[in-house]
Design a protein around this ligand. Structure first.
Ligand code: CUA
Length: 189
């Protein structure tokens, strides 16, 4: 009868072959290289956003956003305010279950500081079809220095699961090109 006191049959407890040890060593060394790349890439990579971060109370951020909307509102779109801030302005975008507020109207080639924060849970800011991605976290105001380089009608798609209506959480950023003629800054359009 076989009991736990006897060694089982097999060869698996024999020392690993030299080649196997070598591969484990190579894999471990490569893990260390990739691990080191994380901080190095952060310091060197051109992909890092020029962000400024503050801690903020979510309700205070919502108040600030409402104030921003009140100040620069130029119209409405599907129940949401369309806001056109002046050049260089601090632009506030609020993510909440399940909308982005307000609709932003920006100008090509003009610098803004785009603030992102959430009222409730984590949301994901994905600008389509540009494929820019940022985490939108409650309690943190993430200010990005941006200059829109392309005119168009962009969608902000939430790419962080945030509940039952996550899939309908779509916002809008309109970028107008002043050099293309027609409406000057502040014009009703
Ligand atoms: Cu917000 Cu998903």
């Amino acid at each position: 009868m076989h009991t736990g006191m006897e060694s089982p049959r097999g060869v698996w407890w024999k020392p690993a072959h030299k080649a196997e040890k070598m591969w484990v060593l190579i894999a471990f060394a490569w893990c260390m290289v990739l691990f080191a790349m994380m901080p190095l890439w952060h310091l060197k990579g051109a992909q890092n956003p020029s962000g400024i971060r503050y801690r903020v109370d979510p309700s205070a951020y919502a108040r600030r956003t409402n104030e921003f909307i009140r100040q620069y509102k130029v119209g409405e779109d599907g129940g949401f305010a369309v806001v056109e801030p002046p050049p260089g302005a601090d632009v506030y975008l609020l993510g909440r279950m399940w909308a982005w507020e307000p609709v932003l109207k920006l100008h090509k080639g003009v610098a803004y500081t785009l603030h992102l924060s959430s009222l409730d849970v984590n949301h994901g800011f994905n600008l389509s079809p540009v494929n820019l991605n940022f985490q939108v976290v409650p309690g943190y105001d993430y200010g990005l220095r941006i200059v829109p380089t392309e005119a168009g009608d962009f969608r902000i798609v939430c790419n962080e699961f945030c509940g039952i209506q996550h899939h309908v959480m779509v916002g809008r950023i309109i970028v107008v090109d002043d050099s293309a003629g027609a409406a000057p800054t502040g014009g009703a359009q």
